[in-house]
Design a protein around this ligand. Structure first.
Ligand code: SAM
Length: 284
């Protein structure tokens, strides 16, 4: 059975329809599934954490490759399907919970696996909070291979300092090296989403790509710059920080005063943040 036939069979057998509110677009493209699994480079050493396994289409392949698969699913209806489907697999564990509420650090610790990878066809309505959680919690994972909306993929993998970048691009770049793996057309899913998708991979860096003295401040300045991205960087950050002091910092760093946040590279944001920290510039 191919993944299309299997999906139709399972939906019928369990009398299920996709819940749009939960971002349920089931992958029915065998080539795309193979592409994700190959890119993730899963070995028998790996603990794979899958977010949103749904009917288990991707899970099936992960189970064959990994030492263990830990799947996190919110929809109780899917839980029944997954429990039935994978009851004979001793390397399968299911967590029935909202992934945003799961203490991943603790879950990983309990598994005692030397190598951890995250693989998922993400529910698109919460892509950003999931990606931020995975990065900010500094989990001991080597890579994150995820399917997301194409536009989001472009933002996540953009070069900092270019128009495609958003504040999340800087977080991705800070913690990982991001690349696009493959593009997946909307017809590869049931039901078809309105937009195409892309699989991207974030390879987690051993240490961040820039040295910052205060991470919280660094990300706060980036957030401020992108909250009003059409304004100049100086005007945007002056909503919260002393304008003259920030003007001085830009001069010190030979950065034009009228630059917009989107034109600043991650290295420049790091320098600005470090000088802001050193000069102890107060937030308003
Ligand atoms: N992995 C399946 C596939 O590729 O066909 C399904 C992917 S579907 C795009 C997203 C899955 O995430 C759904 O099964 C949905 O129920 C689940 N989901 C949605 N919100 C979730 C949440 N907050 N926590 C965990 N799973 C969630």
């Amino acid at each position: 059975m191919n993944s299309y036939q299997e999906t139709m069979y399972l939906l019928k057998k369990y009398h299920l329809t996709a819940n749009k509110k939960l971002g349920q677009n089931f992958l029915i493209d065998d080539e795309a599934i193979a592409g994700i699994v190959t890119a993730a480079q899963i070995t028998k050493e790996d603990l794979v954490i899958e977010i949103g396994p749904g009917l288990g289409t991707l899970t099936q392949y992960l189970l064959e490759k990994a030492k263990k698969v830990l799947a996190i699913e919110l929809d109780t209806r899917m839980i029944s399907v997954l429990q039935d489907r994978f009851q004979l697999y001793s390397n399968f564990t299911l967590i029935e919970q909202d992934v945003l509420q799961v203490n991943l650090q603790k879950v990983i610790e309990q598994e005692h696996c030397s190598s951890v990878k995250i693989v998922a066809n993400l529910p698109y309505y919460i892509t950003t909070p999931i990606v931020m959680k995975l990065l900010e919690e500094k989990l001991p994972v080597t890579s994150i291979t995820i399917m997301v909306q194409k536009e989001v993929a472009q933002r996540l993998t953009a070069k900092t300092g270019t128009r495609l970048a958003g504040s999340i691009t800087y977080a991705v770049d800070y913690y990982s090296e991001a690349k696009t793996v493959l593009t997946v057309p909307s017809k590869s899913f049931i039901p078809e989403p309105k937009v195409d998708s892309q699989v991207i991979q974030l390879e987690i860096r051993k240490s961040p790509c820039v040295k910052v003295k205060d991470e919280k401040l660094f990300f706060e300045i980036i957030q401020l710059a992108f909250m009003q991205r059409r304004k100049t960087f100086l005007n945007a950050v002056s909503q919260k920080m002393e304008k003259q002091a920030m003007q001085k910092i830009l001069q010190n760093l030979h950065i034009p005063e009228n630059i917009r946040g989107e034109n600043l590279t991650i290295e420049q944001f790091a320098e600005i943040a470090n000088q802001t920290f050193e000069k102890n510039i107060a937030s308003k």
